[in-house]
Design a protein around this ligand. Structure first.
Ligand code: UT7
Length: 316
């Protein structure tokens, strides 16, 4: 049976670090409050002039290098982002040009923090249906550009970055076992950003505690859906790599799934919430530092604006 397998990962985070102590000088907050409520200690901020596609292309180059393939081998590029370079063309087209991936079809997916798993699912389907052989899936965001730096409810949470994965056609037992995607548009007002309203600046608006409650439930539901679909339990997982929004959300979800914290990969302390980039940033780190090993069972789990939520179960 044809399926898809991740054969390379890469990530990129801008150089500039913004710590909780830096934020103490900008707004009424404290390192203690941010650490206790979110687990975040610092986040990265893109340089002036640096674009989402710049970061995406850098992450992609590292993923291609690990995969051992050339840009010309790639036939599909999907970028998950809600902070694109322009309204159009897609950020994926900018990436295609930067990589000189001349044979690739390119498009973006907008599913906020769930975007990477949505993109992974589409790429997996393209490979399974025979449309694609090598797909490049990227999550990349510049949330610092849509953050209201005077709003302490939101500006402490987000950061910039990119992560990428190369998917290849395989017939072996390793690879993407399943993906599950969901959305519920009626709750859009609880987490959104818009540049389309009159006189609007594109700022994130979020009712944090409402989002928090829904997120934990949805993350649990879609994780269980993935496990049950494959006849597995939380116990069977080697790694749980969730969207990196808030340590308390992650701990609560892991507890409900019966996954011990030493099997949960977390790097939000360094990057904050990077939306669609958070899972591939964490996955790439876990692969490169040798935590993720061949044969490991990995569950990716995300929740974000839309609302959208999604999971992917992978035999590494
Ligand atoms: O990416 C996917 C979607 N996003 C998320 O998953 C985010 C989900 N939500 C959260 O992570 C949390 O709700 C937050 C971290 C945003 C907030 O934590 P909370 O425990 O839900 O706090 P809260 O919003 O209920 O606020 C508690 C208090 C309020 O003061 P009063 O009204 O109790 O006097 C806030 O004004 O904390 C205050 N507060 C702050 N204090 C210091 C809010 N932001 C700050 C701040 N520093 N930065």
């Amino acid at each position: 049976m044809i399926s898809s397998r991740i054969i390379g990962t890469g990530s990129y985070a801008p150089k500039k670090v913004l710590t909780n102590h830096d934020l103490e000088k900008m707004i009424e907050t404290s390192d203690d409050w941010i650490t206790e409520r979110t687990g975040i200690k610092e986040r990265r901020i893109a340089a002036e002039g640096e674009t989402t596609s710049d970061m995406a292309a850098k992450a992609a180059k590292k993923a291609l290098e690990m995969a051992g393939i050339e840009p010309n081998d790639i036939d599909t590029i999907i970028v998950a982002t809600v902070t694109p370079d322009m309204d159009f063309p897609s950020t994926a087209c900018f990436v295609q040009n930067k990589l000189k991936a001349h044979k690739a079809a390119s498009f973006d997916i907008a599913a906020a923090c769930s975007g990477f798993i949505y993109a992974l699912s589409v790429a997996d389907s393209l490979i399974k249906s025979g449309h694609s052989k090598y797909a490049l899936v990227i999550g990349a965001e510049i949330f610092s550009r849509i953050t209201d730096w005077t709003d302490r409810n939101t500006c402490i949470l987000f950061g910039d970055g990119a992560g990428a994965a190369v998917l290849a056609k395989t017939t072996g037992k390793r690879g993407i076992l399943s993906t599950h995607l969901h959305s519920e548009g009626s709750s859009w007002k609880l987490l959104c950003a818009s540049s389309h309203e009159e006189n609007a600046k594109t700022f994130i608006r979020m009712q944090g505690n409402e989002v928090f409650k829904v997120a934990v439930r949805a993350l649990e539901d879609v994780a269980i859906e993935a496990l049950e679909h494959n006849g597995l339990k939380g116990d069977d997982l080697d790694w749980f790599i969730p969207h990196q929004a808030n340590e308390r959300i992650i701990v609560a979800t892991a507890k409900r799934l019966g996954v011990p914290m030493d099997k949960v990969y977390m790097n939000l302390q360094k990057y904050g919430n990077t939306s669609a980039a958070s899972i591939p940033l964490a996955l790439d780190e876990a692969v490169r530092n040798g935590k993720v090993k061949d044969g490991d069972l990995i569950l990716l789990d995300a929740f974000g604006g839309g609302f959208t939520w999604a999971s992917a179960l992978i035999r590494w």
